[in-house]
Ligand binder design. Sequence first.
Ligand code: DOR
Length: 436
Amino acid sequence: MNVLIKNGHIVDPYQGIDEAGDILIEDSKIKEVKTRSTQPGAEIAEQISKSEDADIRTIDASGLLIVPGLIDMHVHLREPGYEYKETIRTGTLAAVKGGFTTVCCMPNTNPVNDHASVTEFIIRKAKQEGYCTVYPIGAITKGQRGEELAEIGTMKNEGCIAFSDDGQPVMNSTMMRRALEYSKAFNVPVISHSEDLTLSEGGVMNEGLISVTLGLRGIPAEAEQIMIFRDILLAELTGGRLHIAHISTAGSVNLVRDAKKRGINVTAETCPHYFSITEDAVKGYNANAKVNPPLRTGRDVEAIKEGLRDGTIDVIATDHAPHHVDEKSRPFDTAPFGISGLETALSLSLGLVREGVLTKNQLIEKMTLNPARILGLDKSAFRTGSEAELVVIDENKEHEVKAEMFVSKGKNTPFDGWLLKGVPLMTFSKGKLYEW
Ligand code: DOR
């Protein structure tokens, strides 16, 4: 089917478009894009005219936003090994529902993606069953045990686009140094799960008054910051490509800001839960608010927003970490860490635009162009001839988050029951149209 999307507001950071316009999609490919300035009084360019007899569906996108398919550079798809939590099929369906057309999956599966055979399995499965494009992230160390480097070169050749032991830090500094040396040689980013286990061990939430009140062991901000500082020093030493995952504290933002000023090759991401809620969400022992790194304080939330605003934080990723309801129903202490994030990320992030933290263009950049640049993905978005990968968003539509309605197997969200504004209405992924 051919589709003509008319009168939308097109924001395409890849080509610097921020204008009203029409997009014609023929045989799953972008056939034509016509834009005109959104400024009042600007001359209206010729709109795409459709021939009367063509098999074409016209969508009136007046008042709607059209952006390139979003990229989530940090998800857990759980396959192979933990299919009861999520599969490549259900995880990518959740992605497409959330407006994402590309996701990068972390290696903490079973077996760990520390070998080209696992990478090959994920890529094959994703081609067969995935609703969107999947790029695997390989483990830095074998079994994510931190003892021996994985075969980074072979895994890169098989299709891994970055390396990380996410879920676990690389505690051994020499190991991290070697990984960063490889990252330079192979021109791939190393993604740091920054956590000093000797400080965080046994901790289940942010360390502070609330952890004391609840009688829970806390994780200090320093557990994250010490490792970020170490990895920045190692990036400086090696000239390697360092990306810091899921930044959650004010101190972390400062460390990355200073490192960037000093010209060190470092980029950073945060997740919607780190700028939308605080450690308060844990009160009542709500295990759906248990995440690693933990939710922090109001001051940290403000610093994360400032880091997003001034460009210190390059990327918004979800850290989509689905878990089974039985696991999350365990006592807070023993429930696993993680939030199912793909189906709420865009709505929560659009809040940053309404608050004036980011412009629309900056927000979409952090969810498309910036991750594409860090990962070296060649995304052409609305270029003529490229496969249609786009999202049509109603920024003003309100909807109530209903975890039980998630298409992800992971219903573990602290946002259940929240009234959010802004939803993806349609996603073109792998050339196919999905709508809700
Ligand atoms: O909360 C988290 N869950 N943080 C991580 O780093 C890992 C993730 C998971 O795999 O569940």
